[in-house]
Design a protein around this ligand. Structure first.
Ligand SMILES: [Zn+2]
Length: 456
């Protein structure tokens, strides 16, 4: 996602801004933002009053930042409307020691500083409009290529498939080492629940279509043969983003679990998975609880694992209230506050109970030289049931900010990672964003040429 100060690359944006009637209509809409009094009337918690703020524990040594991008690229003769999808996930490992040395200089432009950290990528191509991959339809090609990509692409020592397999296990999707599939993935077959091979392709006994162990993700349900597949690419990209950051944490866990205390993990976007693959939010949360439990049982500081809303309703809300908040402070954003001020919704239901594994907060830093940051962010939810708040059945989300012991440490890190390069920019995400950007015109030229050669 672009930073707000970046120039929109779509000509459509420019045209609509010039349209005077549209501007006038927009001006006549009525909004219902909280008044300045109301904004400070929330149960905002000054930074110094957060639990754990009296002892922040050992300094962070490294931070993982993650962002992804995806693009659909036309291939070959435009009359045939052939496209492929490309996803690029960038994982940046930032060395806090090097950052501290740089920070002694007046102004840090992260992307201009060498040696701030290392960069890892998970990149993949997917068949899109009118493009196939060793299968009779785009739909089936997508399923096959997803499985293939999951087996081929790695996060450190694990393949995406290893990470996915563990999440399936945690979600209780196995029976005698076989995976339960609710319905045959073929578009014209309704064969109901069946158990299929968990590590290699299998076949539907009714229609004979190949079923892949990655089909429970159900992203293929968003794939169309003749139109844009951006919706499917977005869902798949989101999934892989979660898996890559989780894989980075898992890698630290395997190498030296104690380092989870001094390593932080931050992704662009919410700790939430939407659409057909939403079920994965629960096993991800379960896995994070394992790390949290380890740190707690060993008397260490809690895990700092965050998502940052850079666009969308929470980001828009942050812009509305930023000038009214006296930082450094945290808004706990309870269900009621969210439904009242951020997104209208059914107040009897917990916000995003079926998609989020993080709880929303908002951090406003102290003002200084016009660079105060206002960041809506998420950290893993706690649930009322379960020893460390794992989700069990219809668990209730804990709203009391005191239960989120990592808050003080998390905002001290955000404070450390601020950059004045972009509004509300934090260094690992600026770097990850720049690393993950697939320039659209370059993509067309380079990937288009490659794909054309391959498909010839
Ligand atoms: Zn079938």
């Amino acid at each position: 996602m672009p930073y707000p100060s970046q120039v929109p690359n779509s000509i459509g944006h420019v045209e609509s801004i010039k349209d005077e009637t549209l501007i006038e209509d927009l001006g006549n809409f009525e909004y219902d933002p909280p008044s300045p009094e109301e904004a400070n009337d929330f149960d905002s918690v000054p930074a110094r009053e957060l639990s754990g703020s009296d002892d922040l524990g050992p300094s962070f040594e490294s931070v993982y930042g993650l962002d992804g991008s995806r693009v659909e690229i036309p291939v070959g003769d435009p009359r045939f409307n052939k496209r492929i999808g490309v996803i690029d996930i960038a994982l940046i490992n930032l060395d806090i020691g090097t950052l501290n040395e740089e920070a002694r200089k007046a102004y840090v432009t992260p992307s201009k500083v060498d040696g701030l950290g290392t960069e890892h990528h998970v990149r993949m191509a997917l068949p899109s409009t009118n493009t196939r991959y060793e299968a009779p339809t785009v739909h089936e090609s997508w399923r096959k290529m997803t499985f293939h990509n999951f087996q081929e692409k790695s996060v450190f020592d694990q393949t995406l498939f290893d990470i996915y397999f563990n999440l399936l296990e945690r979600a209780g999707r196995f029976h005698n080492n076989r995976i339960r599939i609710e319905q045959c993935p073929a578009q014209d077959c309704n064969h109901g629940p069946q158990f299929v091979n968990s590590t290699s392709p299998d076949y539907c006994p009714v229609c004979g279509t190949t079923i892949y162990p990655t089909d429970p993700l159900r992203v293929h349900e968003r794939v169309t043969g003749s139109q844009s597949n951006e919706a499917a690419l977005n869902v798949l990209m989101g999934l892989i983003e979660h898996m890559v950051l989780l894989g980075a944490a898992d890698n630290v866990w395997y190498d030296n679990p104690a380092e989870l205390e001094t390593t932080a993990f931050i992704k662009d976007g919410p700790l939430a998975q939407f659409d057909t693959a939403a079920w994965i939010h629960e096993p991800i949360h379960n896995k994070l609880s394992q790390f949290q439990r380890y740190l707690r049982d060993n008397g260490r500081q809690p895990l700092v694992y965050m998502g940052i809303h850079k666009t969308g309703d929470f980001a828009a809300y942050a812009q509305e209230v930023r000038d009214y908040l006296d930082g450094p402070t945290v808004l706990p954003l309870s269900n009621e506050d969210i439904y009242e001020h951020v997104i209208a919704g059914d107040r009897t239901a917990e916000y995003a109970i079926k998609t989020y594994y993080g709880k929303n907060f908002l951090y406003k830093s102290a003002k200084g030289n016009g660079t105060g940051h206002c960041l809506p962010f998420l950290i893993p939810r706690r649930y009322e049931e379960g020893p460390l708040g794992e989700k069990q059945g219809d668990a209730t989300i804990v709203q009391d900010p005191d239960a989120y012991e990592e808050l003080a440490r998390a905002i001290s890190l955000l404070e450390r990672l601020r950059t004045v390069q972009y509004t509300d920019g934090i260094i690992p995400l600026v770097l990850a964003h720049e690393a993950a950007s697939i320039p659209e015109d370059l993509g067309r030229r380079v990937f288009g040429r490659i794909a054309e050669k391959v498909t010839r």
